[in-house]
Design a protein around this ligand. Structure first.
Ligand SMILES: [Zn+2]
Length: 270
C-alpha cells in the first residue's frame, strides 16, 4: 500500500544526512514523500553572504529533493539558528498541524524531541513542534480554527525520529542499494558540504592533530571526504544489523496496539 510520508526538517540537508537512503527507498517503493524545511539556512556558510546563501539553498534543496523522489517541498523561511525566537514551539506546532491536516501523512519523520544531546536549537524546536503536531492532529479541539476552516482532524500512525545514537535506534533500513543516491543528494547541497568540510578543518587545526585525508584540503573538494564519512557511518549501522549500509531510526507505531494485537505482525513500510 502506498503511504504518505511527511518529513519535518530544520535545515535543507537534515533529511539527506540522516535519512537520504531511506527516503530514496520509500519513493522507489511507491510511497509519496513531502518535505517541510523550517529555516532558510542563512547562517550556514563561512564565505557567502546571507542573501547569496538563501538563493543557493533554495536551488540546492529542490535539486536534492527531486533526486530522492520527493514530490512536495515546503520552505517556511525562518532564519537559521533563530527558529525558537521567530516561531516558538506552540506557534510552529500549529503550522505543522495545518500541514499534517492538509497532506494527511501515514508517517511523519523528524528530529527526536527526547534525544538528550541534541545541540542545535533549530533541531530541538522542530522536533518538539513536529512531535506535538503529529501526536494531536486528530484532536479536533487542538487548533480548532483549522477545523472551522474545513480541514479535518487526521491521525498519524507512525512517527519516525532521526536517531544519531545507536542507543535510541529500533528500526534499521537497509540502504545498500541507495547509499550512492544518498551521497549524490548530499553533493547537491554544495554550500553545506563546503561548510561541513571547512568546519572539520577548523576542528582539525584547533586539535593540533593530523588527519591525512584532511591535511591541506580545499573545502570545495568535499566529495571524497563526504563520501568516506557517509560510508563509514551507514556502514557501521549496517554491519551491526546484517546489512552493508543502513540508516537507523527511533520509531513509534500505532501506540500500544501492536502489543495488544497478539500473534499479528505489522507490515514493514520499507
Ligand atoms: Zn540541521
Amino acid at each position: 500500500m502506498s503511504k504518505r510520508v511527511l518529513v519535518f526538517a530544520a535545515h535543507g540537508d537534515d533529511m539527506e544526512f540522516t535519512a537520504g537512503g531511506t527516503i530514496a527507498k520509500f519513493t522507489d517503493r511507491g510511497h509519496r514523500v513531502a518535505l517541510v524545511v523550517a529555516t532558510d539556512n542563512d547562517k550556514g556558510s563561512f564565505e557567502l553572504s546571507a542573501d547569496e546563501l538563501r538563493a543557493a539553498r533554495d536551488k540546492e534543496i529542490h535539486a536534492a529533493a527531486e533526486l530522492l523522489g520527493v514530490d512536495k517541498v515546503v520552505c517556511l523561511g525562518y532564519s537559521d539558528g533563530e527558529l525558537r525566537e521567530q516561531c516558538p514551539v506552540p506557534e510552529l506546532r500549529g503550522k505543522f498541524m495545518r500541514i499534517i491536516r492538509e497532506l494527511k501523512p501515514d508517517i511523519t519523520m523528524t528530529w527526536d524531541p527526547f534525544s538528550p544531546y541534541e545541540g542545535h536549537p533549530d533541531h530541538r524546536t522542530v522536533a518538539a513542534a513536529a512531535n506535538e503536531a503529529a501526536s494531536f492532529s486528530h484532536f479536533p479541539l487542538y487548533h480548532p480554527d483549522q477545523i472551522e476552516e474545513g480541514l479535518e482532524p487526521h491521525f498519524v500512525g507512525e512517527q519516525w525520529y532521526f536517531a544519531k545514537s545507536p542507543r535510541d535506534q529500533n528500526k534499521f533500513v537497509d540502504i545498500t542499494d541507495y547509499v550512492d543516491r544518498k551521497i549524490e543528494a548530499l553533493y547537491l547541497h554544495e554550500s553545506q558540504m563546503v561548510l561541513t568540510v571547512q568546519d572539520l578543518l577548523y576542528a582539525l587545526e584547533a586539535s593540533g592533530l593530523s588527519v591525512p585525508a584532511l591535511d591541506g584540503l580545499d573545502p570545495h573538494d568535499y566529495k571524497a571526504v563526504i563520501n568516506a564519512q557517509i560510508r563509514a557511518v551507514t556502514g557501521a549501522v549496517g554491519r551491526a544489523n546484517g546489512f552493508e549500509y543502513a540508516e537507523g531510526f527511533r520509531r513509534e507505531r500505532f501506540g500500544p496496539i501492536p502489543r495488544l494485537a497478539k500473534d499479528q505482525e505489522l507490515e514493514e513500510d520499507v
